[in-house]
Design a protein around this ligand. Structure first.
Ligand SMILES: Nc1ncnc2c1ncn2[C@@H]1O[C@H](COP(=O)(O)OP(=O)(O)O)[C@@H](O)[C@H]1O
Ligand SMILES: [Mg+2]
Length: 282
């Protein structure tokens, strides 16, 4: 059930007014809110679904902790979190909410839909390559901090500004933390998942679990990011009819290698011809 517009909610001692319901996900609801004392200050609230078990509430808290840690470490192109609250509402139900910066440009999935409908909104190569550099530096930073997103996709990447010059990764709800980069299970989005993770997929496609043997978490993120680049490349070359550098296509192929051992690491991505020859565009 979504919260009505106008409801006032308190997070870390400050009051926020719900302006608009933005999205409902499997996980919960996302709202646009404004600070009650200054309605020009906009934020986003992610509210966990109320559940029979406290699992969703706990997972939102884990997500908040991971993003907070990455903000502290000054990882670039990650959404800024501004607060978290867990409490009991009037119906005696537990709830949890996370406050984040409002990314005004919306998510990359909605943007691509717009570009497909309206080709005057061109995604040119300069912009495309800038986005690529931003996302790689972001992933490099959270991997260096032993955090793996595990659900990188167009819907989980947003533009923080109206002009769409700056991207941020938002959703760490399925992220993993492991000092040795070893994962034993993973859920995520089928279209973006590498083959090693799909082997153990359950038949209903919903509860994606691996069959038991461990795999390298970072290589899952690299594959998903390769898929994101592939979509962006497709839009630029087919919808906007712009020629893409072969070096970029090679990079994508190396990020989408089926064998995780052959798939590029972040250092290999940064050492690639594409990165070396186009870093001036970053
Ligand atoms: N900080 C934000 N600014 C703008 N839009 C956001 C923000 N956070 C989430 N959204 C929107 O809400 C959607 C769902 O948020 P997300 O954090 O990915 O939740 P879920 O875990 O349900 O996927 C995103 O795809 C995006 O469109
Ligand atoms: Mg999401």
């Amino acid at each position: 059930m979504s919260e009505p517009v106008g409801v006032i909610t308190k997070i870390n001692g400050k009051s926020y007014i719900i302006d608009k319901h933005l999205k409902s996900g499997g996980f919960g609801d996302v709202y646009l809110v404004s600070l009650q004392s200054d309605r020009t200050k906009k934020y986003v609230v992610k509210k966990a679904k109320e559940h029979e078990t406290a699992l969703n509430l706990f997972l939102l808290e884990v997500e908040y902790d991971r993003i907070f840690e990455l903000n502290l470490k000054k990882c670039p192109h990650i959404v800024q979190v501004d607060g978290f609250i867990r409490g009991i509402n009037n119906d005696n139900k537990e709830y949890a909410m996370m406050l984040e910066e409002y990314a005004e440009g919306g998510d990359l999935f909605s943007y691509i839909e717009k570009v497909q409908r309206n080709t005057s909104l061109r995604l040119n190569v300069e912009k495309l390559y800038k986005y690529v550099f931003q996302l790689v530096t972001s992933v490099e930073c959270f991997h260096n901090n032993h955090i793996y997103n595990m659900d990188i996709k167009l819907e989980n990447i947003v533009f923080t500004d109206k002009d769409r010059t700056n991207l941020a990764i938002i959703d760490f709800g399925l992220s993993k933390k492991d000092n040795f980069d070893i994962c034993t299970d993973g859920s995520g989005t089928v279209d973006y998942q590498p083959p090693e993770l799909k082997q153990g997929r359950s038949e209903d496609y919903k509860n994606v679990t691996y069959d038991g043997s461990p795999f390298t978490c970072s290589k899952v993120d690299i594959y998903s990011l390769g898929k994101v680049f592939n979509y962006l490349e497709g839009i630029t070359s087919f919808v906007n009819n712009i020629k893409i550098k072969e070096e970029f296509k090679d990079l994508i192929n190396n990020m989408l290698k089926s064998d995780p051992k052959e798939r590029f690491t972040i250092s290999q991505i940064k050492d690639s011809d594409f990165f070396k020859n186009h870093w001036d565009l970053a």
